[in-house]
Design a protein around this ligand. Structure first.
Ligand code: NAD
Length: 337
Protein backbone atom coordinates (compact mmCIF):
# COMPACT_ATOMS: atom_id res chain seq x y z
CA UNK A 1 0.00 0.00 0.00
CA UNK A 2 1.31 3.48 -0.93
CA UNK A 3 0.68 6.09 1.76
CA UNK A 4 1.25 9.84 1.80
CA UNK A 5 1.92 11.11 5.33
CA UNK A 6 1.65 14.90 5.76
CA UNK A 7 3.51 16.34 8.73
CA UNK A 8 5.77 13.29 8.43
CA UNK A 9 8.83 15.07 9.84
CA UNK A 10 6.90 16.10 12.95
CA UNK A 11 6.61 14.23 16.22
CA UNK A 12 3.56 12.00 15.68
CA UNK A 13 4.26 11.80 11.94
CA UNK A 14 7.74 10.36 12.41
CA UNK A 15 6.40 7.61 14.68
CA UNK A 16 3.53 6.80 12.32
CA UNK A 17 5.96 6.55 9.40
CA UNK A 18 8.10 4.14 11.42
CA UNK A 19 5.09 1.83 12.02
CA UNK A 20 3.97 2.02 8.39
CA UNK A 21 7.44 1.11 7.12
CA UNK A 22 7.60 -1.80 9.58
CA UNK A 23 4.28 -3.04 8.13
CA UNK A 24 5.80 -2.95 4.62
CA UNK A 25 3.93 0.11 3.38
CA UNK A 26 5.51 2.44 0.82
CA UNK A 27 5.57 5.95 2.29
CA UNK A 28 5.93 9.44 0.85
CA UNK A 29 6.55 11.95 3.63
CA UNK A 30 5.42 15.51 3.03
CA UNK A 31 6.31 18.37 5.37
CA UNK A 32 7.24 22.04 5.10
CA UNK A 33 9.66 21.61 8.06
CA UNK A 34 8.08 24.54 9.90
CA UNK A 35 7.79 22.45 13.05
CA UNK A 36 9.44 19.13 12.27
CA UNK A 37 12.87 18.14 11.05
CA UNK A 38 14.14 15.79 8.34
CA UNK A 39 16.34 13.97 10.91
CA UNK A 40 13.16 12.59 12.52
CA UNK A 41 12.80 10.28 9.51
CA UNK A 42 15.05 7.52 8.18
CA UNK A 43 17.20 8.63 5.21
CA UNK A 44 15.61 6.03 2.96
CA UNK A 45 12.08 7.41 3.24
CA UNK A 46 10.85 9.31 0.19
CA UNK A 47 10.42 12.88 1.36
CA UNK A 48 9.21 16.11 -0.19
CA UNK A 49 9.47 19.50 1.47
CA UNK A 50 6.16 21.16 0.64
CA UNK A 51 3.54 23.38 2.25
CA UNK A 52 0.36 21.34 2.13
CA UNK A 53 -1.83 24.42 1.75
CA UNK A 54 -0.38 24.71 -1.79
CA UNK A 55 -1.24 22.60 -4.88
CA UNK A 56 -0.26 18.94 -4.47
CA UNK A 57 -1.43 17.38 -7.75
CA UNK A 58 2.08 16.76 -9.11
CA UNK A 59 3.04 14.72 -6.03
CA UNK A 60 -0.17 12.70 -5.95
CA UNK A 61 0.02 12.04 -9.67
CA UNK A 62 3.56 10.72 -9.42
CA UNK A 63 3.25 8.69 -6.19
CA UNK A 64 -0.36 7.48 -6.73
CA UNK A 65 -1.14 6.93 -3.02
CA UNK A 66 -3.93 4.62 -1.92
CA UNK A 67 -4.16 6.27 1.50
CA UNK A 68 -3.30 9.58 3.14
CA UNK A 69 -2.49 10.19 6.80
CA UNK A 70 -2.92 13.92 7.29
CA UNK A 71 -1.06 15.21 10.34
CA UNK A 72 0.39 18.52 9.13
CA UNK A 73 -0.85 21.40 11.26
CA UNK A 74 0.28 24.17 13.57
CA UNK A 75 -1.02 22.84 16.84
CA UNK A 76 -0.71 25.70 19.31
CA UNK A 77 -4.11 25.74 20.97
CA UNK A 78 -3.62 28.66 23.39
CA UNK A 79 -1.89 30.82 20.80
CA UNK A 80 -4.62 30.18 18.22
CA UNK A 81 -6.79 32.94 19.81
CA UNK A 82 -4.07 35.40 18.85
CA UNK A 83 -3.27 34.18 15.33
CA UNK A 84 -6.71 33.07 14.08
CA UNK A 85 -6.06 33.68 10.36
CA UNK A 86 -2.91 31.62 10.39
CA UNK A 87 -4.62 28.94 12.49
CA UNK A 88 -7.47 28.48 10.02
CA UNK A 89 -5.12 28.60 7.03
CA UNK A 90 -2.81 25.96 8.47
CA UNK A 91 -5.41 23.67 10.00
CA UNK A 92 -8.62 24.07 8.03
CA UNK A 93 -7.52 25.25 4.57
CA UNK A 94 -4.58 22.82 4.66
CA UNK A 95 -6.89 19.90 5.40
CA UNK A 96 -9.39 20.87 2.69
CA UNK A 97 -6.51 21.14 0.21
CA UNK A 98 -5.01 17.73 1.05
CA UNK A 99 -8.43 16.05 0.98
CA UNK A 100 -9.27 17.51 -2.43
CA UNK A 101 -5.94 16.35 -3.87
CA UNK A 102 -6.51 12.92 -2.33
CA UNK A 103 -9.95 12.58 -3.90
CA UNK A 104 -8.82 13.90 -7.27
CA UNK A 105 -6.18 11.18 -7.35
CA UNK A 106 -8.47 8.34 -6.24
CA UNK A 107 -7.15 7.91 -2.70
CA UNK A 108 -9.34 5.34 -0.93
CA UNK A 109 -8.78 6.18 2.72
CA UNK A 110 -8.04 9.43 4.55
CA UNK A 111 -6.83 9.51 8.15
CA UNK A 112 -7.07 12.78 10.04
CA UNK A 113 -5.72 13.81 13.45
CA UNK A 114 -8.25 16.08 15.04
CA UNK A 115 -7.86 16.81 18.76
CA UNK A 116 -9.60 16.59 22.11
CA UNK A 117 -9.78 20.39 21.66
CA UNK A 118 -12.79 19.73 19.39
CA UNK A 119 -14.87 19.09 22.55
CA UNK A 120 -14.18 22.36 24.37
CA UNK A 121 -15.05 22.44 28.09
CA UNK A 122 -15.86 19.02 29.57
CA UNK A 123 -19.20 18.02 31.06
CA UNK A 124 -18.96 18.18 34.88
CA UNK A 125 -16.78 15.39 36.31
CA UNK A 126 -17.02 13.27 33.21
CA UNK A 127 -14.62 12.18 30.49
CA UNK A 128 -15.25 13.05 26.88
CA UNK A 129 -16.67 10.15 24.92
CA UNK A 130 -17.08 10.31 21.16
CA UNK A 131 -20.79 10.98 21.85
CA UNK A 132 -20.05 14.15 23.86
CA UNK A 133 -21.31 17.21 22.03
CA UNK A 134 -18.44 19.19 20.48
CA UNK A 135 -18.42 22.85 21.53
CA UNK A 136 -14.82 23.91 20.85
CA UNK A 137 -13.74 27.00 22.78
CA UNK A 138 -10.66 28.16 20.84
CA UNK A 139 -9.83 28.65 17.15
CA UNK A 140 -7.61 25.54 17.09
CA UNK A 141 -10.46 23.33 18.36
CA UNK A 142 -12.92 25.07 16.03
CA UNK A 143 -10.63 24.37 13.04
CA UNK A 144 -10.22 20.71 14.04
CA UNK A 145 -13.97 20.21 14.45
CA UNK A 146 -14.64 22.00 11.16
CA UNK A 147 -12.13 19.67 9.46
CA UNK A 148 -13.94 16.65 10.90
CA UNK A 149 -17.26 17.91 9.56
CA UNK A 150 -15.71 18.77 6.19
CA UNK A 151 -14.23 15.27 5.84
CA UNK A 152 -17.54 13.56 6.71
CA UNK A 153 -19.52 15.91 4.44
CA UNK A 154 -17.03 15.38 1.59
CA UNK A 155 -17.44 11.61 1.96
CA UNK A 156 -21.21 11.85 1.92
CA UNK A 157 -21.24 14.12 -1.15
CA UNK A 158 -18.55 12.42 -3.28
CA UNK A 159 -18.82 8.88 -1.92
CA UNK A 160 -15.14 8.82 -0.91
CA UNK A 161 -12.52 8.60 0.37
CA UNK A 162 -13.48 6.67 3.48
CA UNK A 163 -11.96 8.18 6.60
CA UNK A 164 -10.80 7.66 10.17
CA UNK A 165 -10.65 10.60 12.57
CA UNK A 166 -8.57 10.55 15.75
CA UNK A 167 -8.88 12.94 18.68
CA UNK A 168 -5.54 12.63 20.51
CA UNK A 169 -4.59 14.61 23.61
CA UNK A 170 -1.34 15.75 25.25
CA UNK A 171 0.94 13.37 23.40
CA UNK A 172 4.59 13.21 24.43
CA UNK A 173 7.65 11.11 23.66
CA UNK A 174 11.00 11.05 21.88
CA UNK A 175 11.20 13.27 18.78
CA UNK A 176 8.66 15.76 20.07
CA UNK A 177 9.28 19.39 19.29
CA UNK A 178 10.90 21.06 22.31
CA UNK A 179 11.68 24.31 20.54
CA UNK A 180 8.21 25.86 20.40
CA UNK A 181 7.49 28.01 23.47
CA UNK A 182 3.76 28.20 22.68
CA UNK A 183 2.65 24.57 22.66
CA UNK A 184 2.96 21.20 24.33
CA UNK A 185 3.68 21.57 28.01
CA UNK A 186 5.93 18.48 28.20
CA UNK A 187 8.17 19.88 25.45
CA UNK A 188 8.24 23.32 27.09
CA UNK A 189 9.21 21.88 30.49
CA UNK A 190 11.92 19.64 29.00
CA UNK A 191 13.41 22.56 27.14
CA UNK A 192 13.46 24.72 30.27
CA UNK A 193 15.26 21.99 32.21
CA UNK A 194 17.89 21.74 29.46
CA UNK A 195 18.31 25.53 29.49
CA UNK A 196 18.37 25.75 33.28
CA UNK A 197 15.36 28.07 33.58
CA UNK A 198 12.30 27.63 35.85
CA UNK A 199 9.36 25.70 34.42
CA UNK A 200 6.49 28.13 33.62
CA UNK A 201 3.17 27.04 35.12
CA UNK A 202 -0.01 29.01 34.39
CA UNK A 203 -1.90 29.56 37.66
CA UNK A 204 -1.44 27.06 40.47
CA UNK A 205 -0.87 24.14 38.07
CA UNK A 206 -3.97 22.26 39.21
CA UNK A 207 -5.16 21.86 35.61
CA UNK A 208 -5.29 18.13 34.82
CA UNK A 209 -4.61 16.30 31.58
CA UNK A 210 -4.26 12.68 30.48
CA UNK A 211 -0.66 12.82 29.27
CA UNK A 212 -0.28 10.22 26.53
CA UNK A 213 2.87 8.40 25.55
CA UNK A 214 3.32 8.40 21.78
CA UNK A 215 3.14 4.63 21.13
CA UNK A 216 -0.59 4.15 21.70
CA UNK A 217 -1.45 7.10 19.48
CA UNK A 218 0.93 6.35 16.61
CA UNK A 219 0.07 2.62 16.55
CA UNK A 220 -3.68 3.25 16.34
CA UNK A 221 -3.16 5.80 13.55
CA UNK A 222 -0.99 3.37 11.55
CA UNK A 223 -3.36 0.44 12.13
CA UNK A 224 -6.40 2.41 10.99
CA UNK A 225 -5.29 1.92 7.37
CA UNK A 226 -6.00 -1.79 7.62
CA UNK A 227 -8.60 -2.12 10.41
CA UNK A 228 -11.94 -2.10 8.57
CA UNK A 229 -13.93 -1.27 11.73
CA UNK A 230 -12.21 2.12 11.90
CA UNK A 231 -13.76 3.25 8.60
CA UNK A 232 -15.82 6.45 8.83
CA UNK A 233 -15.46 6.53 12.60
CA UNK A 234 -14.12 9.00 15.17
CA UNK A 235 -11.90 7.83 18.06
CA UNK A 236 -10.48 9.39 21.18
CA UNK A 237 -6.92 8.12 21.48
CA UNK A 238 -4.28 8.46 24.18
CA UNK A 239 -3.43 7.53 27.74
CA UNK A 240 -5.78 7.05 30.68
CA UNK A 241 -3.50 8.32 33.44
CA UNK A 242 -4.34 11.80 34.66
CA UNK A 243 -1.80 14.24 36.14
CA UNK A 244 -1.93 17.87 37.13
CA UNK A 245 0.44 20.22 35.32
CA UNK A 246 2.19 20.91 38.63
CA UNK A 247 2.77 17.19 39.19
CA UNK A 248 4.17 16.95 35.69
CA UNK A 249 6.57 19.82 36.41
CA UNK A 250 7.75 18.29 39.68
CA UNK A 251 8.22 14.83 38.16
CA UNK A 252 10.27 16.29 35.30
CA UNK A 253 12.44 18.21 37.78
CA UNK A 254 13.00 15.06 39.80
CA UNK A 255 13.65 12.84 36.76
CA UNK A 256 16.22 15.23 35.33
CA UNK A 257 17.81 16.01 38.70
CA UNK A 258 17.25 19.71 38.02
CA UNK A 259 16.81 22.30 40.77
CA UNK A 260 15.47 25.13 38.56
CA UNK A 261 12.03 24.93 40.18
CA UNK A 262 8.72 26.25 38.94
CA UNK A 263 7.66 29.80 38.07
CA UNK A 264 3.92 30.38 38.60
CA UNK A 265 2.49 32.73 35.96
CA UNK A 266 -0.92 34.44 36.05
CA UNK A 267 -3.66 31.94 35.11
CA UNK A 268 -4.81 32.00 31.50
CA UNK A 269 -8.23 31.20 30.09
CA UNK A 270 -8.13 27.47 29.32
CA UNK A 271 -9.95 24.18 29.84
CA UNK A 272 -9.15 23.19 33.45
CA UNK A 273 -9.68 19.43 33.31
CA UNK A 274 -9.70 17.41 30.10
CA UNK A 275 -10.05 13.65 30.12
CA UNK A 276 -11.02 11.30 27.33
CA UNK A 277 -12.65 7.91 27.39
CA UNK A 278 -10.95 5.34 25.11
CA UNK A 279 -13.42 2.43 25.30
CA UNK A 280 -14.26 2.71 21.60
CA UNK A 281 -10.62 2.69 20.42
CA UNK A 282 -9.78 -0.16 22.81
CA UNK A 283 -12.40 -2.34 21.07
CA UNK A 284 -11.32 -1.52 17.52
CA UNK A 285 -7.53 -1.54 18.01
CA UNK A 286 -7.00 -4.59 20.21
CA UNK A 287 -3.53 -5.11 21.62
CA UNK A 288 -2.47 -1.48 21.37
CA UNK A 289 -3.77 -0.18 24.70
CA UNK A 290 -2.60 -3.28 26.55
CA UNK A 291 1.00 -2.23 25.84
CA UNK A 292 0.46 1.33 27.05
CA UNK A 293 3.37 2.83 29.00
CA UNK A 294 2.80 4.75 32.24
CA UNK A 295 3.55 8.48 32.20
CA UNK A 296 6.55 7.81 34.46
CA UNK A 297 8.09 5.28 32.05
CA UNK A 298 7.25 7.37 29.01
CA UNK A 299 8.81 10.47 30.55
CA UNK A 300 11.97 8.53 31.40
CA UNK A 301 12.31 7.44 27.73
CA UNK A 302 11.58 10.96 26.54
CA UNK A 303 14.14 12.48 28.89
CA UNK A 304 16.76 9.96 27.72
CA UNK A 305 16.16 11.21 24.16
CA UNK A 306 16.03 14.91 25.02
CA UNK A 307 19.10 14.77 27.26
CA UNK A 308 21.26 13.82 24.26
CA UNK A 309 19.72 16.41 21.93
CA UNK A 310 21.33 19.76 21.14
CA UNK A 311 18.89 22.33 22.49
CA UNK A 312 17.42 24.02 19.40
CA UNK A 313 16.78 27.77 19.25
CA UNK A 314 13.20 28.66 20.12
CA UNK A 315 10.89 28.59 17.10
CA UNK A 316 9.44 32.04 16.42
CA UNK A 317 5.67 32.46 16.30
CA UNK A 318 4.77 31.41 12.72
CA UNK A 319 2.66 34.48 12.00
CA UNK A 320 2.29 38.10 13.16
CA UNK A 321 0.06 38.39 16.22
CA UNK A 322 -3.40 39.57 15.17
CA UNK A 323 -4.98 39.99 18.61
CA UNK A 324 -2.74 41.24 21.43
CA UNK A 325 -5.52 41.51 23.98
CA UNK A 326 -5.46 38.78 26.68
CA UNK A 327 -2.13 37.47 25.45
CA UNK A 328 -0.38 35.90 28.49
CA UNK A 329 2.25 38.44 29.68
CA UNK A 330 5.08 35.88 29.33
CA UNK A 331 4.19 35.40 25.66
CA UNK A 332 3.66 39.13 25.12
CA UNK A 333 7.24 39.67 26.24
CA UNK A 334 8.78 37.23 23.71
CA UNK A 335 6.37 38.16 20.91
CA UNK A 336 7.11 41.89 21.24
CA UNK A 337 10.85 41.39 20.78
N1 NAD B 1 0.96 16.34 20.02
C1 NAD B 1 -0.25 16.38 20.54
O1 NAD B 1 -0.39 16.35 21.77
C2 NAD B 1 -1.47 16.42 19.67
C3 NAD B 1 -2.73 16.33 20.28
C4 NAD B 1 -3.86 16.39 19.48
C5 NAD B 1 -3.76 16.50 18.11
N2 NAD B 1 -2.53 16.59 17.55
C6 NAD B 1 -2.46 16.73 16.09
O2 NAD B 1 -1.57 15.76 15.57
C7 NAD B 1 -0.90 16.28 14.42
C8 NAD B 1 0.59 16.14 14.58
O3 NAD B 1 1.02 16.87 15.72
P1 NAD B 1 2.48 16.80 16.30
O4 NAD B 1 2.38 16.83 17.76
O5 NAD B 1 3.23 15.70 15.65
O6 NAD B 1 3.04 18.22 15.84
P2 NAD B 1 4.40 18.56 15.07
O7 NAD B 1 4.49 20.03 14.99
O8 NAD B 1 5.53 17.82 15.66
O9 NAD B 1 4.11 17.96 13.63
C9 NAD B 1 3.37 18.67 12.67
C10 NAD B 1 4.19 18.68 11.40
O10 NAD B 1 3.44 19.34 10.39
C11 NAD B 1 4.33 20.16 9.64
N3 NAD B 1 3.53 21.24 9.05
C12 NAD B 1 2.89 22.24 9.67
N4 NAD B 1 2.24 23.00 8.78
C13 NAD B 1 2.50 22.47 7.56
C14 NAD B 1 2.11 22.80 6.25
N5 NAD B 1 1.31 23.86 5.99
N6 NAD B 1 2.55 22.03 5.24
C15 NAD B 1 3.33 20.95 5.48
N7 NAD B 1 3.74 20.59 6.70
C16 NAD B 1 3.31 21.34 7.72
C17 NAD B 1 5.35 20.66 10.64
O11 NAD B 1 6.58 21.02 10.02
C18 NAD B 1 5.52 19.44 11.54
O12 NAD B 1 6.58 18.61 11.11
C19 NAD B 1 -1.39 17.72 14.28
O13 NAD B 1 -2.42 17.75 13.34
C20 NAD B 1 -1.91 18.08 15.64
O14 NAD B 1 -2.92 19.05 15.57
C21 NAD B 1 -1.37 16.55 18.29
Amino acid sequence: MRVVVTGAAGFIGAHVVQHLLAEGKEVLGLDDLSGGCRENLPDAVKFVERDCTLPLDDLFEEFRPEAVVHLAAYAAEGLSHHIPNFNYQSNLVGTANVLTAAHRHSVQHFVFTSSIAAYGHPPADRSFTEETECKPCDPYGIAKYACEQHIACFHEYYGGPSYTIFRPHNVFGPKQNISDPYRNVVGIFLRCVRQGIPLPVFGDGSQTRDFSYIDTVSKCIAQSLTVGASCNEVFNVGGDQSWSVLKLANEILQLSGSDVGVEHLPPRQEVMHAHADHAKARKVFPGVFEQEKSIELGLAETWEFVEKQTVPDPTPCPAPVENWEKLPPSWRKTLSL
